[in-house]
Each structure stands twice: as structure tokens, then as C-alpha cells.
Design a protein around this ligand. Structure first.
Ligand code: SF4
Ligand code: SF4
Length: 247
């Protein structure tokens, strides 16, 4: 059974919290992405929704349209979609009204992480964005209310849609495989906001962690690297430090 439009209506209501109320992370990644938040740019990943969510969006907002492929790669994305999914394009970025956000917009860059034993223990992130998404290198700003709403919303989704449940089990397993191969630590934000990690080659064993156990990435490795990257893009790094962001 797949989640229906009415279930997405409820989930959009359930997941309203910002990742952080102190910092607008879009302002932190946009200077390195032509002024647009990375997760609002279809060039990085074409948004895909289920037909249930698409039905809900069409009823409630004009912010989205069907994705029209412009090249071979785009056509392949559409051809390979599951029959219950639709590729869509946002018409309002970067001027988000927040109510029009999909579940994926509300969740990014995080997903519910399942252990090997099948327990939903918290959140991890879509690692392929670690060189572009500022949040991934700044997990200290993620707030408890957001974590709570994320977990509750996804638990609701999993009750309504077993395929989604399976998809996130697979996503978690895929992260374990990739990170183990690369010798990387998997960072996890626990359900109560605490930190955990999974060390490579430990068969998915979870141990408590400190924020300092987690690496920063790409241009977000240091304030100096970040300022240099903004300058190289022709921007002005003034006002874009952690201190300026108040975190
Ligand atoms: S979640 Fe990441 S990619 Fe999206 S606006 Fe925030 S920092 Fe940018
Ligand atoms: S709905 Fe908002 S968050 Fe989602 S892609 Fe559009 S502008 Fe970005």
C-alpha cells in the first residue's frame, strides 16, 4: 500500500520545523552555487515525488511543474522512474514560501537511518552532497524539534507505505557499504539529539560520538577555506562566517 495525498497532507503538517532557527543555511551554501541554495537546484538532483505527494501538491500549490527533460540524462531519469513516482521541477526557487515544500525539501540533507537489525535510531545524511551542503559540515546547528518532527513524520510514512520503509532500509545499508569501503565514519544524530558513529569494518556497530568525530568537507573544512571559495566564485565572504551566522 502506498501513502495517499491525504497522508502527505498530514506529513507536511507534521514536518514544519526548520533544521535550525538560528541560521538560514540556504544563505551559507548559496554563495557557492550561483546564489541559489543547493537543494533547490534541479541541476544537482531532479526532485522525485510519489503520485500521492504529487496529487497533494497539485491541490495546494502552483510551485511545482512536471519535469521536462532537456537532454539524454534527463530522459533517462524519467524513463527509469518507478511507475508510482513523478519527476518535478520547482518554479519558485530561490523564493521559497515554505508551505510548498515536498517531504524531500523538508528533510534534506537528512534521511531516517536504520541499523542492520532494522531499528530506526536517528538521522544520517545524503553523503554525495557533502561538498556542497553546508549543514552536513555543521551538524551542531541541527535542532531537537526538527529531529523529533523528522522521526515522527517518517514513522508515520512507514506505517502507510512499506515500499518507503524498504527504501530507507536500503539507503542505510548502502551507506554502510560505501562508508566501510572508503574507511569513513558514519555520523548519526540520535532520536534525542545525541551523536553516534559507526566506524568502518565494525559490521554496523553503533557507538556514542562527539561532534569533533565528524569531518567537515570541501569548502566547509575551515572558515578560511570557505571564505576563499566564496571569493573565488566572485562573491564577498563578509557576513558568511559561523560567527556571523550566530552559531
Ligand atoms: S540543507 Fe544544505 S543544501 Fe539545502 S539550503 Fe541548507 S545548506 Fe544548502
Ligand atoms: S519548494 Fe522551497 S525548498 Fe523546495 S525546491 Fe522549491 S524553493 Fe527549494
Amino acid at each position: 500500500m502506498a501513502a495517499k495525498a491525504k497522508h502527505y497532507e498530514k506529513m507536511h503538517d507534521m514536518l514544519q520545523a526548520s533544521i535550525s532557527t538560528k541560521v538560514d543555511c540556504g544563505k551559507m551554501c548559496a554563495p557557492l552555487n550561483n546564489g541559489i541554495p543547493v537543494c533547490c537546484t534541479a541541476d544537482h538532483a531532479v526532485p522525485v515525488v510519489t503520485t500521492g505527494e504529487w496529487k497533494h501538491l497539485k491541490r495546494t500549490t502552483d510551485a511545482w511543474k512536471k519535469f521536462k527533460p532537456k537532454d539524454k540524462a534527463g530522459r533517462e531519469i524519467v524513463e527509469e522512474l518507478h511507475e508510482d513516482c513523478r519527476a518535478i521541477e520547482c518554479k519558485i526557487a530561490p523564493f521559497c514560501d515554505r508551505n510548498s515544500r515536498t517531504l524531500a525539501c523538508r528533510s534534506f540533507p537528512f534521511f531516517p537511518y536504520f541499523t542492520k537489525q532494522g531499528e530506526l535510531i536517528g538521522l544520517s545524511y545524503y553523503w554525495i552532497f557533502d561538498d556542497r551542503c553546508w549543514i552536513i559540515s555543521n551538524l551542531q546547528v541541527v535542532e531537537k524539534e526538527y529531529i523529533k518532527e523528522m522521526i515522527e513524520t517518517y514513522e508515520y510514512l512507514f506505517k502507510k507505505d512499506k515500499e518507503e520503509l524498504e527504501a530507507f532500509h536500503d539507503q542505510s545499508a548502502s551507506m554502510r557499504r560505501v562508508f566501510s569501503k572508503k574507511g569513513r565514519v558514519i555520523p548519526i544524530i540520535g532520536r534525542d539529539g545525541g551523536y553516534f558513529k559507526i566506524l568502518p569494518k565494525t559490521k554496523g556497530a553503533i557507538v556514542p560520538a562527539k561532534l569533533s568525530d565528524f569531518d567537515a568537507h570541501g569548502p566547509f573544512k575551515s572558515e578560511k577555506a570557505y571564505a576563499k571559495a566564496i571569493s573565488e566564485e566572485g562573491g564577498d565572504p563578509t557576513g558568511h562566517s559561523l560567527k556571523d551566522a550566530g552559531v
